[in-house]
Structure formats: C-alpha cells, structure tokens
Design a protein around this ligand. Structure first.
Ligand code: SAH
Ligand code: SF4
Ligand code: F3S
Length: 437
C-alpha cells in the first residue's frame, strides 16, 4: 500500500479557525491525508490565517517566505492558504507569493479536497449559497481530547468600524438545531465531556426548534445540556446587545453552563463606543453585567479592549480604565488599534503611536492586577477540574476549572477526561496549582 500523504496545518487567529482546521483535516483525510506535526515531512502545508490586525496578517507572508526552500527542494509540495487573509486578499496572495498553490476562503473550504486534486479553481473566495457543513464529513473530534469546539453560528452583521470579520466571514448565518444537536451527540459519543459553542456573534444564534418554534441561544444551550455524558458547556464570542433574558437566565439555571463569560466591550467611553458603531453605552454594559451577576454571582467575566481607536482622547481612555475598575475582570485581552483595509475606521486619523502604546500598557497593567487578584482569590476554594493532558513535570496533570483557569495537580492516578474536585493551593502567572480532594 502507498504511504499516506502527510498534511501539516498551522492555525492562526481565533477558536473558529481551530475548529475549521480540524474540519479541513477531516475533509482531506477522506482523500488519504494524515496529519503530521512535522512540516519538513509534509506533502501539503495548509496555513489557516487571521486578518484581524495587521501583525496577524503579516505572519502569513513571513511564514510563506520560510517555506520557499522546502518548495524548492520538493516541487510537489502543495501550499494552501485558507482563512480570513485568504478571503480578504484572494488572488493577491498568489500574485505576491507564486509558491502558493491554493487559496480558499472560510465559506468554501469544503472544496479544498477537490482543489488539492487539481479539480477546482486555484483561488476560491466565494460566499456560496450552499452550506459547507452539508458537504463536510462528520466532526470526529480529531484531537481526541475531552473538550471540543462546535461552530453554531458564523459571520457578523454588526459592522464595528474597526473590524474585518463581516467582510472575511460574511453575513450572520445560524446552523440548524438538528445538525448542531447531532454534532454535539456525536462528539459526546466519542468521549467529549465539554463543548464550547462557537460563533463570531454566538449569542445572536437563532433557529427553528421542534414543532417549528423559533429558538434563541439560551434554548439551544438547554437542549445541548440534556445530552447524557456531556458535563460542561461554554460559548464564545458574544456581543452585549445579544445577551437576551433567556441566556442570562440559563446562566443561573443550567448547571452544565460554566460560570465564565467573554463579553467584549472595547471601550468605556460613550463617544468612542459610538464612533466604533457598537450601538450601546458604557452604562448599558454595566447594567447588563449587573443582571448577569444577579443570575450567577460567581461568574468570571472577560473582555476585549482596543487602545488608541481614532479620535480617542485622554478622557476617553480614562473612561475605559474606569469601566475596567467598575467591572473587575477575571482576565481580558487588550489590543492596540490596527487600521484594517476596507473598514469604516481605516481612513480616520490615528492616535500617535506612542500615545496608543502608553494607553495599551496602562490598560494591560490594570487588567494584569485584576487577573492576579482573581487568581489569588481562588486560593483555598474548591473547584471542579476537567483534566486534559499531562504537565511538564512527571506525575503532573493539567486541566481547566469551571472558571477556565488552568490548574496543575500532582497526581499519578488521573487520566485525561477525568473531572475531579480540587482545592486550589497556589497561584502562578497564568495558572493555578492545587491538590485533589
Ligand atoms: N467576534 C468577536 C471577536 C472579534 S475579533 C467579537 O465581536 O467580539 C477579537 C477582538 O479583536 C475584538 O473584540 C477586538 O477587541 C479586536 N480587534 C478587532 N479588530 C481590531 C483592529 N482593527 N485593531 C485592534 N483590535 C481589533
Ligand atoms: Fe467584529 Fe464587531 Fe462583529 Fe465582533 S461584533 S466580529 S468586533 S464587527
Ligand atoms: Fe481572525 Fe478571522 Fe478569527 S480575522 S479572529 S481568524 S474570524
């Protein structure tokens, strides 16, 4: 029998790209490709890219540069670019980097196997009318981990002034209830105990449930929670304007829904929120947080922030720091504004670089203090940990707590997939240590 062909995948960007990469691996698997961790032995290299900030997009070109000698040595090596840079730049990628054989956008990747066989176009960035999920093989949870992602919604209609996602992922589409439930059941049957539901605007998901009634996201979560053998449900990313009463209620009522919520706000200044087209005020957001905490008092909150959005003044920045103080986050991501071609804010006058850098640093210092305080506050508490893999030291296992903290435990009798109660004993920079109860 011929040696199987080897596929190396590098994934940049968000969790949805991680999910897409595993679905592409499964699709290529039907054509006899097996995954390799070693790029040097690959017959095909697939780069699944992110376009969210300039730095993220530039990584593609430096990685392609590094692939040149490999391609020179092995002319049969196929190089494919997928994801959001593929969607945004399409043909330009092959013009700039002729060593690229294939370019495929996030809504067309079910055509990748045919394209790799030479039966399709070289560049495919259409938003097809058909649903790619109908043409992909079953999600087989290739990572064989106790946790898995499941995309339920894709695309975005919000058009925040800074963001490329509505252009790279297209309009909001919700997957149908029956497909989602089937995929979730299949994952659980393969040993998955925790599912993270994914969408660019995941809480905007809606669909027709049984008896033709319209379901919103909270209802979907409750239906997934009914699957025996599934212990935990998470979801990301949400928009504040789509946090419905139903979903907030689910946080109080559904024990499988983990006490963790990533709810990006971007800024604490009403002027900037308006300029960003976020369509809510800082007070709207704070009131929403109050309602969520009333439903689930121990919920750990995280967010995204942008420093140096065009027009941002010192006062706007101070308002953002104030909002961060008022909320008290478990952790959060903060980014320096990066103008993205084709977005409404791209032409606006930028805040001087040094000013944006200083604001970013100030924001990160505050968020780091909050993260440390949250982690230190866990010491002495008992949490449930779903163990995922062994740690660097012998006999050490790592898992995630309900609050998504990484927790290390020294215990030789634990397997990946075990869910155990742990008492937290210490806090490190980005993880917690504990002992089994
Ligand atoms: N769909 C998600 C994620 C969007 S991208 C959401 O709506 O929250 C993740 C984060 O990247 C955003 O929340 C934002 O903080 C940041 N981001 C997006 N575009 C950016 C840009 N042009 N410059 C800097 N940060 C950006
Ligand atoms: Fe981008 Fe805004 Fe949509 Fe999030 S809600 S994906 S930040 S446009
Ligand atoms: Fe990046 Fe596209 Fe995700 S731009 S953040 S890979 S949706």
């Amino acid at each position: 029998m011929a040696e199987p062909k080897k596929l190396f995948i590098k994934t940049y960007g968000c969790q949805m790209n991680v999910y897409d990469s595993s679905r592409m691996a499964e699709a290529m698997g039907e054509d006899g490709y097996v995954l390799t961790e070693n790029q040097a032995e690959a017959d095909m290299v697939l780069l699944n890219t992110c376009h969210i900030r300039e730095k993220a997009a530039e990584k593609l070109y430096s990685d392609l540069g590094r692939l040149k000698p490999f391609k020179a040595e092995k002319p049969d090596l196929k190089i494919a670019v997928a994801g959001c840079v593929a969607q945004a730049e399409g043909e330009e990628i092959v013009n700039r980097m002729p060593l690229v054989d294939l370019v495929v956008g996030p809504q067309s990747y079910h055509h990748l196997p045919a394209m790799a066989r030479g039966e399709g176009p070289r560049v495919l960035t259409e938003f097809p009318a058909e649903d790619k999920f109908d043409h992909l093989p079953q999600n087989r949870a290739t990572r064989r981990a106790p946790t898995a992602f499941l995309t339920v919604q894709e695309g975005c209609d919000k058009f925040c002034a800074f963001c490329v996602v509505p252009y790279t992922r297209g309009a909001e589409v919700s997957r149908p209830v029956d497909r989602i439930l089937k995929e979730a059941r299949d994952l659980v049957a393969r040993g998955v105990r925790e599912i993270t539901l994914l969408g660019q605007n995941v809480n905007g998901w809606h669909g027709l449930g049984d008896s033709g009634r319209e379901w919103h996201f909270g209802r979907l979560i409750r239906a997934i929670a009914e699957i025996d053998g599934l212990d935990r449900i998470r979801y990301t990313t949400s928009h504040p304007n789509d946090m419905t009463d139903d979903l907030i209620e689910a946080h109080g009522a559904e024990p499988k829904l983990m006490p963790y919520l990533h709810l990006p706000v971007q800024s604490g200044s009403d002027r900037i929120l308006k300029a960003m087209n976020r369509r809510h005020t800082a007070v709207d957001y704070l009131r929403l947080i109050e309602r969520i905490r009333a439903a689930r008092p121990d919920i750990l909150l995280t967010s995204d922030f942008i420093a140096g959005f065009p027009g941002e003044t010192d006062q706007d920045h101070a308002d953002t720091l104030k909002l961060i103080e008022d909320v008290g986050y478990g952790t959060a991501f903060s980014f320096k504004y990066s103008p993205r071609p084709g977005t409404p804010a791209a032409g606006r006058e930028c805040v001087p670089d040094a000013v944006a850098d200083a604001r970013l640093q100030e924001m990160q210092a505050l968020l780091n203090r909050q993260q440390k305080a949250t982690q230190d506050g866990m010491i002495g508490q008992r949490v449930n940990v779903l163990f995922e893999k062994s740690g660097r030291e012998a006999g050490q296992m790592i898992g995630k707590s309900d609050y998504l903290h990484s927790v290390f435990v020294a215990a030789s009798d634990i397997q990946a997939g075990d869910l155990r109660e742990v008492e937290i004993t210490h806090s490190a920079t980005n993880s917690l240590g504990g002992r089994l109860i």
